[in-house]
Design a protein. Sequence first.
Length: 303
Amino acid sequence: MAESNVESEIEESKEEKMKKHLQAADIGKKVMSEISVKSGMKIADIVLGLEKKIMDYGGQPAFPVNVSCNELAAHDTASVGDVRVIGEKDIVKVDLGVHVDGYIVDAAVTIDLSSENEKLLAAAKEALDDAISTMRAGKNTAEIGTIIEERIKKYGFKPIENLGGHSLEQYTLHSGIEIPNYAARSGDVLEEGDVIAIEPFATTGVGRVIESSRCEIFSALLPMHTRNSAAREMFSDIYEKRKALPFAEHWFIKKPEDKIALRELVRNGSLRSYPVLKEKSNGLVSQFEHTVIVEKDGVKLLL
């Protein structure tokens, strides 16, 4: 009898987790369907508008909405007073995540305003579709990477080798399993119930990203010693609201001394920084992403 009760509690827990993932996915689908990117729009308006939609629908951003253009591959988001606008021929990656009580879904889409890069977008999109069609429990992630690389190269482009998909756990955006975008020598074996965000990146460049000088996104690590009381208070506030999930600098900067406190937390290792990533040779980049749950004979598409 006791063993039966334990099993029942485990099943209930799984059901509750699934319910929250599905809630997050439902919100994500609504927000993704309402993405609007046009030349002349402010990047800040796109970012803040999508983050507001996530919250209006009952979720929370799993990370700051990324709007990365052209050779910028990831981690670009709005800053305070950001006046940058979308150009007439920009390739725009919009990457967003939703969480409900820490249960995350993550998706991305690329919009080509030039209408001149159809093949570059198709390379990433079809690589995503090909990879998902082969995923199941027992599949090695190295095999998935091979599939992604082959599809992208068939279009004459290169995958970005130092970016890839990742497993998701409660309040953890990158929880250990990596899905390479190339034919890696070894990988992880997928298990039933794994929640995976898979995101191929295709580029006209050399296939690697490097960090730029711009950085607007951070996440909490461990509170390290500091004499700055404002920094200690800021860390507590960040961790209470975000746990280990990434946040935008402007979410917590309300007065000039807050910026000093945040910089202290970065300096002493309490926070991790996420600089904007750009393609090493300034090649154009496309990205598509879905979140799935691994099942015995395939996957369940969440977002």
